[in-house]
Design a protein around this ligand. Structure first.
Ligand code: GZL
Length: 345
């Protein structure tokens, strides 16, 4: 039952001298969570949704109201307003893009409903409009991937070669796209012999990734050395397009080197085969992390405003097994079937 309704009912019952505590106790323990999810655009998103649904289950003491926004912000705004109307105890938002949230988050704040942001970030004028955020450092993901590329090409004797790169971006304006593109752009900027041939959104989907890759291949297929896909599903589509156009994917000279993000099971399987040469993790298992925030809030404890998830990276071979970003070392682990079998998503 909605916490506020339970509280009001409890007050009325006590005034009327009715012993409604048992009924209240049962209902009062249930925490109602309204979750506005981006959509179902990728394997990563599917794993993220599963993590949230399995965490906020009835057996665990929650009532989860789940809404799939089909990658449209207007659907998320509608869902949040519905959650407010239903007087949920908490609103969890996985925002499709960073901007456009101030008004609706003010409505939630005015209704006294804490909002927890998960995965991508919101860009709001007043950070009191959300209680906490948990997600990834997307720029660091991009920096790790591009540092791996730099070391990999160097190790292959291609450090001074003219390298042409394609960036198949994620949904424009999403934190994951902003950060991964920043990591890409900064690395290209730092290499006089690296050139960005094309940069276009694949919307984090396989179909759009394939469509964009097909178009770029038509224009400059023979010139492409590296394709940086901002998630696994774009990489799956890009690889299909590259092969269909008669090119080879792989890390050797003359092949098109494909990089990716998310380290989903399917992505790591294609890393094991060598079709993806480097897959940088973006961990989707946010259910327990969000629950920890809610349980702390329930207990009246302080929570961190922002919490970054520690993440790793994998490669198809052991050419490069470590990169250093701003003085911190990060392992790049050669992928094995055993690692794939042992991972939770
Ligand atoms: C990253 C997440 C991105 C994934 C994509 O945290 O927002 O959205 O990288 C997903 O697979 O579509």
């Amino acid at each position: 039952m909605k916490k506020k309704m339970v509280t009001a009912l409890l007050a009325v019952s006590m005034l009327a001298g009715l012993s409604a505590v048992n009924v209240m106790a049962a209902d009062d323990d249930t925490i109602t969570v309204g979750f506005s999810q981006v959509g179902a655009e990728s394997d990563w998103r599917t794993a993220n949704t599963e993590s949230m649904k399995s965490t906020f289950s009835e057996d665990n003491g929650y009532e989860l109201i789940f809404d799939d926004a089909q990658q449209k912000q207007e659907n998320q705004l509608t869902a949040i307003r519905n959650f407010i109307q239903q007087e949920v105890d908490y609103i969890v938002l996985a925002p499709v893009t960073e901007t456009g949230w101030d008004t609706v988050l003010q409505e939630a704040k005015d209704a006294g409903i804490p909002v927890i942001i998960v995965d991508r970030m919101v860009d709001v004028s007043d950070d009191s409009l959300y209680t906490a955020w948990v997600g990834s450092n997307f720029k660091l993901e991009g920096q790790k991937a591009m540092a791996w590329l730099d070391a990999y090409l160097e190790a292959k004797g291609r450090g001074d070669e003219e390298i042409n790169l394609v960036d198949i971006q994620g949904t424009i304006g999403a934190s994951a796209q902003i950060g991964r593109t920043e990591g890409f752009d900064e690395a290209v900027e730092a290499h006089d012999n690296w050139t960005t041939l094309a940069q276009q959104s694949g919307e984090f989907t396989q179909a759009k990734g394939q469509e964009v890759m097909e178009s770029i291949l038509k224009q400059s297929g023979d010139d492409i050395d590296v394709v940086y896909c901002e998630n696994d599903n774009e990489a799956f589509g890009a690889i299909d397009a590259i092969k269909a156009a008669g090119y080879e994917v792989g890390g050797e000279e003359g092949q098109i080197l494909v990089m990716s993000f998310d380290t989903t099971n399917a992505g790591l399987t294609q890393t094991l085969s060598g079709e993806i040469t480097c897959d940088t993790e973006c961990n989707p298992l946010h259910g327990p992390r969000v629950e920890e925030i809610i349980q702390k809030l329930e207990a009246g404890e302080d929570v961190d405003k922002q919490a970054f998830v520690d993440e790793v990276a994998f490669a198809s071979d052991d050419t490069v097994t470590k990169v250093t970003i701003d003085g911190t070392d990060y392992d790049i682990t050669p992928i094995t079937q055993e690692i794939i079998d042992g991972r939770a998503y």
